[in-house]
Design a protein around this ligand. Structure first.
Ligand code: NAI
Ligand code: UGA
Length: 438
């Protein structure tokens, strides 16, 4: 076990998962957050986010005494050997990452750190941030290490415990190796030892952005292929299957949908484009990746408008799925809400359902208010168009005959291609799939 305690600053999807899993690996971990209510709830063992497997490990950590929660960054950082920054780095409005919270916390905790402490950026931060933090700290006795996180929401614990790789970057080789050692004992999902990649801080910072932007580009590519497939009479599933059989392409991240979203792909793709621009390096693929994503959201909206007969004003529409993907309660930059916004602008009457959303959505971050029903059938009642936007497994098992009863004559626009066309037809409804003819 590592000598010295670990502090985790910021207990969101990344911080809470990392802190809990590091405690599970045997480390002593103190998590600090600025939100006192959240700290109080977590101290009682309550998991504030929807994340498979987190509750069990968090209870285990608290009961073992290895995992504790405190209010504020300073309290967590004081006396710690490793300080993991898991703070938000949102879009600053011009595409660049807003690092104000990171810099503010570094300024707060810098003077308190013990000599020999290692400050680790787990947040996704632009290239050059480790250098900037080193300059702000102005301490020769504290090392700065970049250790980006690659977990996916919904499978965060699994991804943390079985990563494809761990990337650690620093000018201080010994500090980087010490951070890599904290992950000792982890295996990949196929049981192999995890590759620990030690790089410069700059490479490590860019590996994170390059990975996210590359995945977003892959999705934009298949979504554009879906648009083409609809016109030429091909089937995007057959195409993705055929492409994925090529080892060099691989089958993952080729599921066409209503565009990609979430708290990271949109902001990180834009942030990488901003970095390239700042360094005067042409990188048109990144802008194209974002533009193609907006086109994918637009295409789904077009299909819905066509299904409604050309005019959306006053048309009752059910939205099945509101989160940015299945398996999470996260609504940040959700493609479902992007589509809802477009429909709302055209004055459609929306009603949503999502297994993790229990209350009506108020207008937020530019997205419209969406009344939320208790189940998918209540959402569909009286709807002229039902749109499947998030790939929750319960939609694949939906009782279509019951939908036909509550929404006779409705058209189902299946933006995740989850439903069986024949079943929908048998129930007397029309199905509009994505990336293939209906
Ligand atoms: N959500 C994800 O799946 C992944 C996110 N990332 C990156 O990790 C970073 C964190 O992301 P999330 O965990 O999603 O964020 P989040 O928004 O879920 O959590 C951030 C936490 O930091 C706390 N916080 C804010 N200001 C603070 C302060 N001054 N002192 C202490 N705590 C403070 C907030 O109260 C919140 O609990 C971002 O840079 C993100 O890009 C990286 C990989 C995966
Ligand atoms: O930096 C981050 O925050 C994380 O961002 C993504 O993880 P996440 O945001 O949890 O979501 P993904 O599972 O990657 O899905 C992103 C979007 O792509 C969509 N998607 C994904 C896969 C696919 O085949 N088709 C598809 O439309 C999802 O529905 C969702 O809207 C990355 O996959 C993680 O590796 C990374 O750590």
């Amino acid at each position: 076990m590592a000598e010295g305690r670990i502090a985790v600053i910021g207990t969101g999807y990344v911080g809470l998962t990392s802190g809990t899993c590091l405690a599970h690996l045997g480390h002593e971990v103190v998590c600090g957050d600025v939100d006192p209510d959240k700290v109080e709830r977590m101290s009682r063992g309550e998991v504030p986010i929807f994340e498979d497997g987190l509750q069990e490990l968090m209870t285990e950590g608290i009961e073992s005494g290895r995992l504790t929660f405190v209010h504020g960054a300073e309290k967590a950082a004081e006396g710690a050997k490793y300080i993991f920054l898991c703070l938000p780095t949102p879009d600053g409005g011009d595409g660049r990452a807003d690092l104000r919270i990171v810099h503010q916390v570094v300024a707060e905790i810098g003077p308190l750190l013990d000599p020999g402490a290692v400050l680790v950026t787990k947040s996704t931060v632009p290239v050059g941030t480790a250098k900037q933090i080193t300059a702000t700290l102005a301490r020769d006795d504290v090392a700065v290490v970049s250790n980006p996180e690659f977990l996916q929401e919904g499978t965060a614990v699994k991804n943390f415990m079985n990563p494809d790789r761990v990337v650690v970057g620093s000018d201080d080789r010994a500090a980087a190796e010490a951070v890599a050692k904290l992950y000792d004992g982890l295996t990949t999902s196929s049981g192999k030892p995890v590759t620990m990649l030690i790089t410069s801080a700059e490479s490590s910072e860019l590996i994170k952005y390059a990975s996210n932007a590359f995945l977003a580009m892959k999705l934009s590519f298949i979504n554009s292929i879906a648009g083409l497939a609809e016109v030429v009479g091909a089937d995007v599933h057959e195409i993705a299957g055929g492409m994925g059989l090529d080892d060099r392409i691989g089958p993952k991240f080729l599921r066409a949908g209503p565009g990609w979203g979430g708290s990271c792909f949109p902001k990180d793709t834009k942030a990488l484009a901003a970095i390239a621009l700042d360094y005067s390096v042409p990188f048109p693929l990144l802008d194209a990746t974002t533009i193609a994503n907006e086109q994918a959201q637009e295409r789904v909206t077009d299909r819905i408008r066509e299904a409604a007969g050309g005019d959306l004003a006053g048309v009752p529409i059910a939205l099945w799925g509101l989160t940015f993907k299945a398996g999470t309660d996260d609504l940040r930059d959700s493609p479902a809400l992007e589509v809802a916004l477009r429909l709302d602008t055209e004055r459609a009457q929306l009603r949503g359902y999502d297994p993790t959303v229990k209350a009506d959505l108020p207008p937020k971050n530019g997205y419209p208010a969406v009344p939320v029903a208790a189940d998918p059938y209540a959402a569909a009642e009286g709807a002229r168009v039902v749109v499947l936007l998030t790939e929750w497994p319960e939609f694949a098992d939906i009782d279509i005959a019951r939908v036909a009863q509550v929404a006779p004559g409705a058209v189902i626009v299946d933006a995740r291609n989850l439903l069986d066309a024949q079943q929908v037809l048998d129930a007397g409804l029309r199905l509009v799939p994505l990336g293939r003819k209906g």
